[in-house]
Every structure is written in C-alpha cells, then in structure tokens.
Write a protein that binds this ligand. Sequence first.
Ligand code: BES
Ligand code: MN
Ligand code: ZN
Length: 494
Amino acid sequence: MKIEFVGHGLEADSKAALAVLVGEKQPLVGAAATLDERTGGALRRAIDGGRFNGEKGQTLDLIAPHNVAAARVLLVGVGAAWPLASDALESAAAQAYNGVKATGVETLVVSLGGVGADGAASAAFGIRLAAYRFDRYRTTEKSDKKPSVRKVIIEADDPKAAAKAFKRLSGLADAVTLARDLVSEPANILYPEEFARRVKALTSIGLGVEILGEKEMKKLGMGALLGVGQGSVRESQLAVIQWKGAKDPDAQPIAFVGKGVCFDTGGISLKPPEGMEEMITDMGGAAAVTGAMYALAARKAKVNAVGILGLVENMPDANAQRPGDVVTTMSGQTVEVINTDAEGRLVLADALWYCQNRFKPKLMVDLATLTGAIIVALGKDVGGLFSNNDELSERLLAASKSTGDALWRLPMPPQYDKHIDSAVADMKNVGPRYGGSITAALFIQRFVNSLPWAHLDIASTAWKPNSTVATIPSGATGFGVRLLDRLVADNYED
Ligand code: BES
Ligand code: MN
Ligand code: ZN
C-alpha cells in the first residue's frame, strides 16, 4: 500500500473514497465544512437524517454527492475532543481505512483539515496498523474478497514535513508488522531455528545478532531452558540482539527478554486439544522484543539495548522432561518440574540470568505469554505488570497510557513466595491454583538480582481473535513493541 501526503485532499477521483472527520454534535469544520458547502448542505442533511452524530467510533458511508470527485464519502466520528491528539487521529484514520477497505475503492483520501505534520503522520501510522493482514497461506482467495485499497492520500498542511514525520512512524509500523508476522506464523514454519534465522536477518538494519545453540547453552548450564526443549526434534536456540546507539558504545544497556515458546503443547502435562492451536502465539514475548529492537534500530535510537530471546518448542516425547524431574538452572538453583506446562518461567529463568550476568544491564523488562490466569484477572485488553521497582513501573505505565498497550500493575506479596518452595529442590515450577500469575512472577524474580526489573505477562494481549480496536486487526496484536519503543524514547536516550 502506498501512502502519500498532499496539501489539499478534497480532489479525489471516481474510484476513490474521501474520508472527512466530524466532531460529536458539532458544526462541521475543516474539510467536512468545505464539502458541505460545496454540495449545498448534503453532508449536514445526511447527518441530520440519521443516527450518525460524530460520536467516536461511528462512521457514515455515503454515495459521493454531486460536485465531489469521488465514488463515496465517509464521515468519521471523532467525538468531542477537538483539536485532535495524535492517538485520536491515528484511530480516526484507521477507522476510515476499515470503513472502505472492502468496498472496492482503490484510493482512500483522508481529509484531516488543518492538522500539523505530526498529526498527519499519526493518521498514516494508524492506517498502516489497520491495514495489517496475514494472508501468506491463502492461495485461493478471490480478489473481490481481498482489501481493495492500494493507495492512501493524506491531507496535510505541510506535506513535506508530514512525510518526514511519518518516516519515523513508518519504521515503528514495520516493527509492529514484524512482531505480528512472527506471532501469526504457524509452528511448523516458525520453529526455534527459523525464528533465529529471521532475527539473524536483522543485521541488515544494523542490529548485532548472535545465536547460541544447545551445545553452547549446555556449556553455560542452562538446564531449565534446555529441559523444556528436550522433547522436541527442533533444536532450542538463544538469540542475543544488540543495538548500540548511545554516544558511549560501552554505556550500560537496557535489556529486554522474551519468552519464545514456538509451540506449547504443555509437554507431558499435555494441554487439552480445544484451542491448543493458539499456542503458536506462545512466542509473543520474543516477537515483541524482536519488534522493539527493530524499532530502535529503524529510528537509530540513542541508547544501548539488548534483546534476549529464549526459543524452544514444548513437546511430549519419549525424551521429554517429566513431572517430578529436577533441573539445574544457570544460576545454580534447582527446580522441581511439577507441571511441564509451566515452561515459560523455566525458559525465562535461564534467559534472565544469562542477560544480567553477561550484560550487567541498567534494567531488565521481560515479556511473556506466561499464564492463563492473567486472562482471568485482566481480560483480553490489558497485560499484567509485575516489578521490583516503582520508578520503572511508573515509566512503563506512562508508556502504556500513551501508546495504548494497556497494562495494570499487580502485587507480588512476599508471603506468596513460599508457595513455590519444594521439598526436593530449591523451588518448584508451580504454586497453588489461585494467584497463578503472581506465583509465576515470584518464580521469575528468584532469577533476578538487585536491579530494576519488570515482568509483563502478555498472555492476555498478544493475540486478539475478536478485536474491536481500529488499529488492531483480529489476530496478532504486536503488543509490547510500541510500549518498549516509547519507554526508551521517553526515558533512556542520550
Ligand atoms: N503458554 C501458556 C499460557 C497461555 C495461556 C498463553 C493462554 C496464552 C493463552 C503457559 O505456558 C501455560 O501453560 N501456563 C499454565 C501454567 C500452569 C500450568 C501453572 C496455565 O496458565 O495454565
Ligand atoms: Mn505452558
Ligand atoms: Zn507457554
């Protein structure tokens, strides 16, 4: 899809849709007012004659009135908040795209009416996010079922400045797209080595990438991570991604760690078949970290950052680890594996330990589709935040607010920690049924020394089968990419 910026967007052509923004119960302004005038009040009549009143989320699709060079005109409600902030423009433009994408029009002209370069760029960004589609494996889909919009034209006061502002956001959209693609790929295609190959390809945008195989991880003593992958014919991998953008190349990095379980059958503690296919998304944390590292490199962020991905496949097998097995982690601590389906924390234990010991980072944030319990607690729109540090938590919550990657902080009561004590090893990998996301976080914390650390449980948000958010098509959300990019931009750059 091509996106262009022009100085005036009211001229389209007979195969185009023209989208204009309308405030709630307000007089028409900007492009909508101009159009209304030019058409002898056709817009006003359409609005007054129906239920559309400019409320946020509403759209009204009209045949283009006489005197307008377009096939259709789409009114997009933006609510009362005029002038529009960038997130409102992002979602209004996404709605405009969603409203016409399957109508057969090939061009969408979005008339924003008097917004600055950043606002126009945000609108373009919203359309990029909304237009995401994972259709790699659809070979027989009829062309009249596919989205028809090929070109988007966005009106901006200063088109040159808008194009420049969009350049940065376009890199971020690519980063979200990358994360969504990784999450969407089935596990027969995207297994640990293939994930590692795709990460390795990112050296082309300036990222440093190292891949450790099972031999190297064995030498390092990563018995917990390796135990999870033991039943798979696919070799486990650890990917180390580095971005050095700070003035001082040796400045302490910030670190992101991702759970990359390419498929989670549960192992010998096998999951029930219903919905198991969704476990192709169990590498959503690793995908978010990969996307975030991409975003930093794409905009040449002035920061040193490290991304560590623990890539494994959790399978039942004659060689798979058993409930009752005791594994020794890289930290030296031992774990009694009570349930082989609580595998993500085992992967993170070694990945986090490796990260903090090798890189001595300023802080660590891990992202993981860790527990079904977080979905019970927060539903499908909000991720869980656990942390040992209030400042880092506040910064994450602020980034969460401004990007829409919603988070809610949950407690880590110290008295729950004993729930994962084991009679035979230093700890066991599951606690009691209640508070399952909390005991999982407490487990991970046992592998974090005294540095600021946050754990994001994104089992709730990595995958949305029925999305109602305009910028997130149903499926892989890319949750975490924008969040981490913003966390860095607002707090950790030179
Ligand atoms: N990958 C799952 C968590 C998950 C559930 C992700 C639903 C996405 C959607 C994780 O490995 C898991 O199986 N967790 C168990 C832990 C339990 C055995 C303590 C769970 O949540 O049931
Ligand atoms: Mn599991
Ligand atoms: Zn899992």
